[in-house]
Design a protein around this ligand. Sequence first.
Ligand code: FES
Length: 312
Amino acid sequence: MPELQVGDRRWSVAASSNLLDALNSAGVAVPYSCRAGSCHACLVRCLSGEPADALPQALEASKRQQGWRLACQCQVVDNLTVEVFDPLLDGLPAKVDRCDWLSSTVLRLRLVPDRPLRYRAGQHLVLWTADGVARPYSLASLPEEDRFLEFHLDCRQPGAFSDAARQLQPGDPMRLGELRGGALQYDPDWQNRPLWLLAAGTGLGPLWGILREALRQDHQGAIRVIHVAHDVSEHYLAGPLAELALVHPQVNIQLVTTAELPTALAELRVLSRQTMALLCGGPASVEQFAKRLYMAGLPRSQLLADVFLSRS
Ligand code: FES
């Protein structure tokens, strides 16, 4: 049986054990969210030995060369010494600037990093509380315009991070972990094309950033925003969206409840083959959006989707 070592601890694990499970079941807390190689919350650094990595392409070559691996994608096939991501050493310090409720279930968290962070609208960032609870969230802020990093936290279900976040106060310390590409972005080449932004729940967060980025880049084509929420009170950015639409007449906002969604989707017509569609939310919603757009004639290559795989 191969042996796993973290610091001074060394123990045997069954051959081909999943590295994330092997660490967590031995009490070495490694955060995770998607278990699919997408969120990068489960980063660990291999100091000696090499695990079998099912998804090496999920990490940049430079990061892999430094020994970083995604524990959820690795199997322990030989003796392995790993170091877990230490937010105090490896993370960027930040402070809570503001933490307030946008609706009864959506918490807005604004953080100011100690050093400027280079990012683009729609990317994901792993957030660490001072107590070592971590979770990736999409950025809802705009690097060129906001001095803070903004995140929209879905607190409908209990979760280690969202429970901790409810207690945060301005000035509280946090750490920032891995910044990830995310599937969503605004490309200036789309400037004259119709742009559709379809969000469910807090999937609106990254699309809010991208909407503002498109307008900052003087997007000329029509922009359609559809936000789906369980009920009317959960259209948590209704006010700011309406204000934007007043100033930018090319922006059309449609707020839809879950019950209204089938009708709203059935009425969707893709009038231009040039339309670009960006989708964000839970798997079922994104699949529903994508299916309808595909049936309406939108080529798959013109559809970018970011799926929120799980909550923790
Ligand atoms: S990448 Fe491993 S849990 Fe998300």
